[in-house]
Write a protein that binds this ligand. Structure first.
Ligand code: SAH
Ligand code: SF4
Ligand code: F3S
Length: 473
């Protein structure tokens, strides 16, 4: 069956559930546990749920439908899911709440087995490839009063035209590709998200045009490996329709840069090995692309990188950074780093610190290595003791934070373009926004400025935010 037909069928199910629910004033809650792709999926799940007559609540006691959108990239997510499922049991006994669990963790058989054995009151289990069928699964649960498990192990297709309920009315995430082919040896994502597949250029461009018309100012392009957009299709001679000349990540950036109304473009995550010259040039040439690029390092040691299957060396990474800094004026970088990967020696870790010192990141996202069942990393014998992992993590954190402080000081006295996001959560009289380098800026101002790009003079720095003054006031 083609995907458009499948989407039509789900729309019919949405209508059926809406009729059953009409007049009941039902509520739903969704708990999003993962990355930005996972958040974007939650917006799609919420879109379908709202079409079925539920309104959102943040109080689990009031929810008639509770959905978990899970992540499994690190271990702590599992404890969180099982803890919350335990809490929900009592709520379900009282209110008859329908409990559904979806997302990446559901693609792991040992997890779904555990849920079925220990949390049998769960109603619906759905995976990353069957998310679009949520309306059908919910309908059948309501009508048949039976538990449903809808998880497939083969790669999902790309479904266009399903509803979406966005969390924010200024910044929108747009998934451009799904899955990952890289198989970094620590990572579970390729096993739970399947192989790389890109959305068609026309669908992405139309979506962004539509967002621009609705008043969105900032677009975040999402994928596990955004800079290999359409690569698999090109390499395997899969026929796809070019639209506005788009046939690669660089050409997609140019096309989106032209869309009127959009002021800022960001993207995550690119892979260093796929950072081709055309992409660097596109970033330099497109005025709307934020000159703040996330460039995951993972480790600074060539040997650890080899075992991680990252396919670049310490030197190649540093050369890439040099090349990017030369071609893109005022470029700022952020990164992801894992400490304590199996076999990481003190010298290896020193190499990581060395790269951090040399690159001088604007932001470092640090993770302690977490063993993931089914990945090559989990089978490696030279696992690093927890104590050493934690000590290294603290050392890296100290270095990264000292860099942030120095970098923040450089903002003082400068005029920055800030996209005003809303009122500050901690102080009603202040507004909050972000620089193109993604720094939070707090300043005094009138609510009418929300949604605008304005010039702010930075006056002081505080670890996680900057304070400024509105230059237009
Ligand atoms: N595709 C993206 C990120 C995917 S997961 C990329 O390649 O950059 C986000 C981050 O989680 C990774 O960059 C990595 O730093 C971290 N991560 C992934 N698996 C992990 C593991 N097993 N233990 C600790 N951190 C991990
Ligand atoms: Fe995981 Fe590597 Fe793919 Fe990123 S590129 S999702 S870290 S396997
Ligand atoms: Fe987690 Fe899946 Fe994202 S494992 S990090 S939610 S792709």
């Amino acid at each position: 069956m083609d995907t458009a037909k499948e989407v039509e069928i789900q729309k019919e199910y949405m209508e059926k559930v809406r009729k059953i629910n009409s007049g009941k004033e039902l509520k739903y809650m969704i708990l999003t546990m993962g990355c930005q792709l996972n958040e974007n999926d939650s917006e799609k799940i919420s879109g379908m749920i709202e079409k079925m007559g539920y309104t959102k609540t943040n109080d689990s006691k009031q929810a008639d439908l509770f959905v978990f959108n899970t992540c499994c990239v690190r271990e702590n997510a599992e404890d969180k899911l099982f803890g919350k499922l335990g809490e929900l049991k009592k709520i379900k006994e009282k209110n008859g709440t329908i409990i559904a669990i979806g997302g990446c963790m559901m693609q792991e058989k040992h997890i779904t087995d555990k849920i079925k054995a220990s949390y049998p009151y769960t109603d619906i289990l759905f995976g990353t490839h069957t998310m679009h069928k949520f309306p059908e699964n919910l309908y059948k649960t309501i009508i048949e009063h039976k538990k449903r498990e809808d998880i497939i192990d083969i790669d999902g297709k790309t479904y266009e035209g399903l509803p979406i309920k966005r969390e924010n009315n200024l910044q929108a995430s747009v998934t451009i590709m799904n899955g990952c082919n890289n198989f970094c040896s620590y990572c579970i994502v390729p096993y739970v998200r399947g192989r790389e597949r890109s959305r068609m250029p026309k669908d992405i461009i139309k979506e962004v045009e539509c967002l621009a018309k609705k008043g969105y100012k900032e677009i975040m392009l999402l994928g596990q490996n955004v800079n290999s957009y359409l690569r698999v299709e090109r390499e395997n001679n899969v026929k796809f329709e070019e639209y506005q000349g788009v046939n690669s990540f660089a050409t997609l950036l140019y096309a989106i840069n032209k869309i009127e109304g959009i002021e800022r473009i960001r993207f995550i995550s690119p892979h260093p090995k796929d950072f081709t010259t055309d992409v660097i040039e596109a970033i330099a040439k497109c005025d709307k692309i934020c000159k703040m690029i996330h460039l995951p390092l993972q480790s600074g040691s060539t040997e650890v990188l080899r075992v991680m299957n990252r396919r670049y060396t310490k030197e190649q990474y540093l050369d890439l950074v040099e090349k990017m800094k030369n071609k893109i004026p005022n470029l700022k970088l952020s990164t992801d780093i894992i400490v304590g990967f199996p076999g990481e020696t003190e010298e290896d870790f020193e190499d990581t610190l060395d790269v951090v010192r040399k690159v001088n990141y604007e932001q470092v996202y640090m993770f302690i290595y977490s063993r993931r069942k089914g990945t090559p990393g989990d089978k490696m014998e030279n696992q690093i003791p927890e104590e050493i992992k934690h000590k290294r993590f603290e050392r890296l954190k100290k270095l990264a934070e000292s860099q942030i402080e120095v970098n923040n000081k450089e903002y003082i006295g400068k005029i920055e373009k800030v996209l005003v996001e809303g009122k500050s959560k901690t102080n009603d009289k202040m507004l909050t926004g972000r620089t193109q380098s993604n720094k939070v800026v707090i300043f005094e101002g009138n609510e009418e400025l929300i949604g605008k790009l304005i010039s702010i003079k930075i006056v002081s720095q505080h670890m996680w935010y900057l304070k400024g003054e509105n230059q237009n006031a």
